[in-house]
Write a protein that binds this ligand. Structure first.
Ligand code: AGP
Length: 586
């Protein structure tokens, strides 16, 4: 959940690192720090977002350095707990992403040997461990020796004031090396070094890299040398920018018509492989967290509708309690934008060990989930920077349509029909955005909101409520419309906003009946539909399409409502409090 980066080369390290941190900030943003080496180690770190920190760039000299942006797990959000962390003598500096589970016992042992700790973090045991081992060996050996003591998920980068090298270690948390000319980079993902090099080496679990400015060597944790083939990343660094939009979120919402085209451009051989795996499997378990799970719920309806196959959808953090009961030969589908969500990776690794086939629907090529999978389908929706996921949701839902059509041997027909939705998405943004901007002024003063729908659009009700919650901080709940009268209706009083997703499909009449239940309690009804209705206080008009495709359109006004309400409240739309883009701890 943190972002880490290291640089060694000819450039002023602090400039490369600060810029790199900006593109990593979506991973965590409660505090940040940079350390550089120019004979000694200098550190500048503080609480707050990178743009607000008073960086002492003059102090940060040298061409070697490491940096970090934090999402606190151990120890409060304080300057002392911000990374980098140093050894007692200040000659070792470390930045870390993950959790050292056994840090308290390691800390106690080191304190007995006289080490003084400055922070409450788990991370700080690493520089002290290396320092302790350097009493008997060199920096590189000491670093390798130290990892033997560490339990948990970690990716860390370490430097020593006495050596012109960077040590990097990966166990479960992501780490990628960028290979340059006369310079090398290491980071939590490739965005920070894309403008300098497209040659990337993704480290696997229990692997390490030793970087100097002229070479990069790779080892397993037990020091066996590894030959790692660099991947050439055809990612356009410009895509990591806002392209003139005020926020990444609204940029990514507007990117969805283009994303549709890119996602439809799938490798048909792989689609057919996945379709036949699902068709033949005794059981199909779709495992995902947050927004990705909501997309998977739409997927379950569509695959059952088009291909007559029932798939179970699991909350990733709960699937671990079932995974050992899943029969051998089952297909487990991991759905994840980042491909680094620990709650998804953990049970998937177990399922793989138990003889299940692993399929992943992932956006980040080369991510951990991608590399754990027998077959990976890529969303092709480009970097998704805003913490609140939007375009990846649409791409994930589209992928399920493609899989279902392939299972039904109607892929070409399906692609033709789906291709026509590009203009429908544009139309939906155009027709609902002006209404939503006005509605946001009403919503911003509300404490609660409810989203209801039926059938496959029920997944849009829970997705819409998640979007509103995570960036506007308004309590929101999404549920099947039929569920409302079984309890939650008691919370609907005069003026309480209820977003009713009621496209003109097989659920329309029943959903409108539920709207009347809400109206008779004074609820303020926001209707998302292709047909207006007098029961709506506000109508968010979507174009008429084949009923099967409504979830792709009904979600757009929900995304816009969350965005404009959060904006009206002056919230940090792209970096909502307490959250992070990729949740790499369980
Ligand atoms: C969605 O807006 C959130 N950022 C969060 O729920 C997210 O969907 C979840 O953490 C899963 O992330 P993933 O798709 O990268 O696995």
């Amino acid at each position: 959940m943190c972002g880490i980066i290291g640089y060694i080369g000819q450039r002023k390290a602090s400039i490369v690192l600060k810029k790199g941190l900006e593109s990593l900030e979506y991973r965590g943003y409660d505090s940040a720090g940079i350390a550089t080496i120019d004979k000694t180690i200098s550190v500048s770190k503080d609480v707050g977002k990178i743009a607000n920190i008073k960086w002492d760039m003059d102090k940060l000299k040298g061409n070697i350095g490491i940096a970090h942006t934090r999402w606190a797990t151990h120890g409060g959000v304080t300057k002392n707990n911000a990374h980098p962390h140093l050894s007692c003598d200040g000659n070792i500096a470390v930045v870390h992403n993950g959790i050292i589970e056994n840090f308290s016992e390691v800390k106690r042992e080191l304190e007995k040997k006289g080490h003084k700790f400055r922070s409450e973090t788990d991370t700080e045991v690493i520089p002290h461990l290396i320092e302790e081992n350097m009493k008997k060996m060199g920096f590189e050996d000491a670093a390798f020796e130290s990892i033997k003591k560490l339990k948990g998920a970690f990716a860390f980068v370490a430097v020593s004031s006495r050596e012109q090298k960077i040590m990097a270690f990966r166990k479960e948390s992501p780490l990628v090396v960028g290979l340059g000319q006369g310079e090398n980079f290491v980071a939590s993902d490739a965005y920070p070094f894309l403008e300098y090099t497209k040659r990337a080496v993704f480290l696997d679990d229990n692997e390490a890299a030793v970087l100097t400015k002229d070479r990069a060597d790779f080892y397993s944790f037990d020091r066996a040398r590894l030959k790692k083939e660099p991947k050439i990343l055809d990612w356009d660094p410009k895509n990591v920018g806002k392209n003139g939009f005020e926020h990444y979120l609204i940029k990514e919402i507007y990117e969805q018509p283009l994303v549709l085209k890119q996602t439809l451009a799938q490798d048909e051989k792989k689609l057919k492989e996945v379709a036949s795996l699902i068709q033949r499997a005794p059981r199909v378990c779709i495992v995902a967290a947050g927004t990705a799970r909501h997309a998977s719920i739409v997927g379950r309806y569509i695959i059952s509708e088009l291909a007559g196959k029932y798939c179970e959808v699991y909350m990733a953090s709960e699937f671990q309690y079932f995974v050992d009961k899943i029969e051998k030969g089952s297909v487990v589908i991991g759905v994840s934008q980042s491909g680094e969500t620990a709650d998804v990776l953990f049970p998937i690794k177990k399922a793989k060990k138990n003889g299940c086939k692993i399929v992943s629907i992932v956006n980040v090529v080369g991510s951990s989930l991608d590399r754990e999978s027998d077959v990976s389908l890529y969303l092709n929706c480009g970097p998704e920077i805003s913490v609140a996921s939007t375009k990846a949701f649409t791409a994930q839902v589209l992928m399920f349509y493609l899989i279902a059509y392939t299972m039904a041997y109607k892929l070409d027909e399906g692609k033709r029909q789906l291709g026509q939705l590009t203009t429908k998405i544009e139309e939906t943004i155009k027709s609902t955005e002006p209404e939503v901007k006005k509605l946001a002024e009403y919503m911003k003063d509300k404490n609660d909101a409810y989203f209801i729908a039926r059938g496959e659009n029920f997944a849009i009700a829970i997705e819409g409520s998640l979007k509103l919650k995570e960036i506007s901080y308004i309590h929101a709940e999404g549920m099947p419309a039929g569920e409302l009268k079984h309890g939650t209706l008691s919370l609907v009083t005069e003026g309480v906003p209820v977003i009713i997703i009621a496209p003109k499909d097989y659920t329309y009449d029943e959903t409108l009946a539920n709207a009347h239940e809400v109206k008779s309690r004074g609820g303020y009804i926001i209707g998302i539909s292709d047909e207006n209705n007098p029961i709506f206080d506000v109508w968010l008009k979507i174009p008429k399409v084949e009923p099967l495709f409504y979830p792709i359109l009904t979600n757009i006004p929900c995304q816009l409502l969350a965005y404009y309400t959060a904006k009206a409240k002056g919230n940090d739309v792209d970096k909502p409090r307490n959250l992070a883009k990729s949740v790499t701890v369980r």
